[in-house]
Design a protein around this ligand. Structure first.
Ligand code: ZN
Ligand code: ZN
Length: 236
C-alpha cells in the first residue's frame, strides 16, 4: 500500500502546506480527505482527479473536505464516471446544501454517497477499511486501512488504537494543549499504547514549531514519530 501525503496542513495558512489530503494506492486509488489545495497537489504527485476510484472523508470541516465539490466538477468537465464517497453522517445534507447554493451544478455531478456508522467495515478493491468514531467537535470518523489508522481530527482515546501499531495521526496541539477535540503529545502518549510508528500531520503553528521536542518526547514513550511534508510517499 502506497501512501502519498498530498496535504499535511491545517485550517490556517501555512507556507508549503496544503490542507489535509492523503492518497492511498493499492489496486485502487483512494483519497482520504480533500481540504483546499488537494487538486494542485494531486497533479504535482502525477495523478489526475479522473484517476480516483473513491473519496473517503473523516468529517465535514472545510480543511478536510473543502475541495470535494471542485473535484466533482473537474471530473464532470473531464467526462469521468461516478465517484463513490464514503463519509460520516451529515454527508447528504452537506451535498444538498452545496448544490442548492450552486444550482448550475444540479444534475451534472456524478457521485454516490455512503454514510458510515462506527465500526462499519468495507472494502475498496482489495483494501480493508474500518470506520472508527472519533472525538471531535462534530460527527467524525477515523479509518483503519489495512491495519493503518488515519485518525482524522480527534482527541486520543484507547479504543481508537485497538490492534493499531502504525498511524497517520493529527497533532493539532502543542504540549499542555487541552485535548478535548484534538490531540496533544501527552494525550497521544497516554492513550495510544499499541502504536509504535506515528506519522504526524495537521499541526497548528505552536506544535509545528516544536516538532523536535514532540518527537523526542514520543520516542521516550516507545513511539517513533515523523512529520511528513506534502508530497512525501510512504510504502507500507
Ligand atoms: Zn475538524
Ligand atoms: Zn482539521
Amino acid at each position: 500500500m502506497k501512501i502519498t501525503f498530498l496535504g499535511t496542513g491545517v485550517a490556517v495558512s501555512l507556507a508549503e502546506k496544503a490542507q489535509q489530503s492523503i492518497l492511498i494506492e493499492d489496486d485502487r486509488l483512494v483519497l482520504v480527505d480533500c481540504g483546499f489545495g488537494t487538486m494542485l497537489r494531486l497533479q504535482q504527485a502525477g495523478y489526475d482527479v479522473t484517476d480516483l476510484d473513491a473519496v473517503v472523508l473523516t468529517h465535514f470541516h472545510l480543511d478536510h473536505c473543502g475541495e470535494l465539490m471542485g473535484i466533482l466538477k473537474a471530473r464532470w468537465l473531464s467526462g469521468a464516471g461516478k465517484l463513490k464517497i464514503y463519509a460520516p453522517k451529515g454527508a447528504e445534507s452537506f451535498h444538498n446544501s452545496f448544490l442548492s447554493a450552486s444550482p448550475y451544478l444540479l444534475g451534472k455531478l456524478d457521485f454516490g454517497v455512503l454514510e458510515l456508522e462506527d465500526g462499519e467495515r468495507f472494502m475498496i478493491g482489495s483494501m480493508r477499511f474500518e470506520a472508527r468514531k472519533t472525538r471531535h467537535s462534530l460527527e467524525s470518523l477515523g479509518y483503519v486501512i489495512n491495519g493503518v489508522l488515519i485518525s482524522g481530527d480527534t482527541s486520543a482515546f484507547p479504543e481508537l488504537y485497538e490492534d493499531v501499531e502504525v498511524t497517520v495521526h493529527e497533532m493539532s496541539l502543542d504540549f499542555g494543549g487541552r485535548a478535548d477535540y484534538h490531540t496533544s503529545p501527552e494525550n497521544l502518549a497516554e492513550n495510544a499504547e499499541s502504536v509504535r510508528e506515528a506519522y504526524l500531520i495537521h499541526l497548528y503553528p505552536p506544535a509545528y514549531g516544536n516538532r523536535e521536542k514532540i518527537a523526542e518526547f514520543l520516542r521516550k514513550k516507545g513511539v517513533a514519530a515523523e512529520f511528513p511534508d506534502d508530497l512525501e510517499v510512504l510504502s507500507l
